[in-house]
Ligand binder design. Structure first.
Ligand code: S3P
Length: 433
């Protein structure tokens, strides 16, 4: 356990690059490992979660080499790994890999993970995959054994707007010719759909009565390609938040993914009153990217509704911290999914805020924050082994009246190992205890 202390940092600001997007990095590895030919991936995120996916696809038989620019990945039909597939802390690895592997007849694999991942629900992907014909032994949680089987089609109405569920089904669907369609109540991040097109597979998206329908077209053969991974908006969020909260601050993050299914947080900052500017807009491997500047201004409270949640699902802890710096009551609704993330993020966020002098009311599906335009800070918070809780409260510590300590910064390595270095580079004062 490595505690860290974030101190008030009135000189925060500047420009920075960011490591690759985590969701796109997982998908680049999995798609390349399934594709015919050798794909090139640049800008891949180097983190524990992505390393888990890289080790997994190698264990399933993909060949990976490195050159000066990035990874060269040669795909093939997947085979049984000799050891269990260890997904560590990564829900994306577990759920997407289960879908991708499910249709390889004769393959068998055991999926395992750390304590946190082993308590998170996997039934949400096993239910639709079983309906397609996949064979799993295990209940809702890891460890789970998979035996690859001939798959049929599916028309699945997902009860949750989850890109992991949608992606598991679409990846499994690559191994069948039968119709495959997923309907989600609200559109979740669409990096799988974008990447399918990059690898030459067609699909369609339609608005339907009960949500958004995504279906696979007839051609399901992935052809090797090049993927350049843009910067991660979920990592940029911490720099943007500090830029919004600290008087006089202005922060620019270069070449960040601004896919509309991921920009909910920066849009909220703008709605709260921060000054947000996009420049150098372009498209990288099918994904819109831009340099994003966020500058401080007086912050107003906000309301967040269920349909707005998917586009900032991972940013709610840091959004709650920013809301604490606004003047008035902010209300987040439709956030029950936060209870099944790396920790119970409704509980962990509320506890961290309350410890630091903020009035907050957690509910089953909601969180209310009574902001006073400033946060006292001065206390230690429990990260509950959750990277985004650790980073959110270190960021709040930069803007609070007194330093905030997180009890354990180690989980930050799962998604953003450069967090401390990048925040320090922007003027954030973060020290060891
Ligand atoms: C992810 C989807 C989201 C998100 C996670 C990454 C992905 O989870 O929270 O960090 O890469 O597909 P859900 O789809 O389960 O909401």
């Amino acid at each position: 356990m490595t505690p860290l202390i974030a101190h008030p940092s009135p000189k925060f600001g500047g420009e920075t690059d960011l490591p690759g997007d985590k969701s796109i990095s997982h998908r680049a590895l999995i798609f390349s490992a399934l594709a015919e030919g050798t794909s090139k991936v640049t800008g891949l995120l180097v983190s524990d979660d992505v390393r888990a996916t890289e080790e997994a696809v190698k264990a399933f038989g993909a060949h990976i080499e490195r050159d000066t620019e990035g990874l060269l990945i040669t795909g093939r039909d997947w085979e049984s790994p000799s050891d269990p597939i260890d997904c560590g802390n990564s829900g994306t690895s577990a759920r997407l890999l289960m879908g991708a592997a499910a249709g390889f007849e004769g393959l068998s694999a055991r999926f395992i993970g750390d304590e946190s991942l082993s308590s998170r629900p996997m039934g949400r992907v096993m239910t639709p995959l079983r309906r397609m014909g996949a064979v799993f032994t295990g209940d809702d949680t890891l460890p789970i054994d998979l035996v690859g089987a001939k798959l049929g089609g599916i028309d699945y109405a997902s009860p949750v707007a989850s890109a992991q569920v949608k992606s598991a089904i679409l990846l499994a669907g690559l191994q069948t010719d039968a119709p495959v369609r997923v309907v989600e109540p609200h559109l979740s991040r669409d990096h799988t759909e974008v990447m399918l097109a990059q690898f030459g597979v067609d699909g369609a998206m339609d608005e339907v009565e009960n949500g958004i329908a995504i279906s696979l077209g007839d051609n399901r053969k992935l052809s090797a390609t090049r993927i350049d991974v843009p910067g991660d908006p979920s990592s940029a969020a911490f720099a943007w938040a500090a830029g919004a909260m600290i008087p006089g601050a202005s922060v620019t993050t270069r070449r960040v993914c601004v896919n509309a299914t991921r920009t909910g947080f920066v849009e909220m900052l703008e709605r709260m009153g921060a000054k947000v500017t996009l420049s150098n807009q372009t498209v990288l491997s099918g994904e819109p990217v831009a340099d994003v500047t966020v500058a401080h201004d007086r912050l107003e409270p906000i309301s967040l509704s269920a349909e707005e949640v998917p586009a900032l699902i991972d940013e709610i802890p840091i959004l709650a911290c920013v809301a604490a710096m606004a003047d008035g009551e902010s209300v987040f609704e439709g956030i029950a999914e936060l209870k099944v993330k790396e920790s119970d993020r409704i509980g962990a966020t509320a506890a961290g805020l309350i410890a630091n002098g903020v009035t907050a009311a957690p509910g089953e599906d909601s969180l209310r924050i009574f902001g006073k335009g400033k946060v006292a800070g001065g206390r230690i918070i429990s990260t509950r082994h959750d990277h985004r809780i650790a980073m959110a409260f270190l960021t709040l510590g930069l803007a609070a009246e007194s330093a905030i300590t997180v009890d354990n910064a180690d989980p930050i390595a799962t998604s953003f190992p450069d967090f401390t270095a990048i925040m320090r580079g922007l003027g954030g004062v973060i020290t060891a205890r």
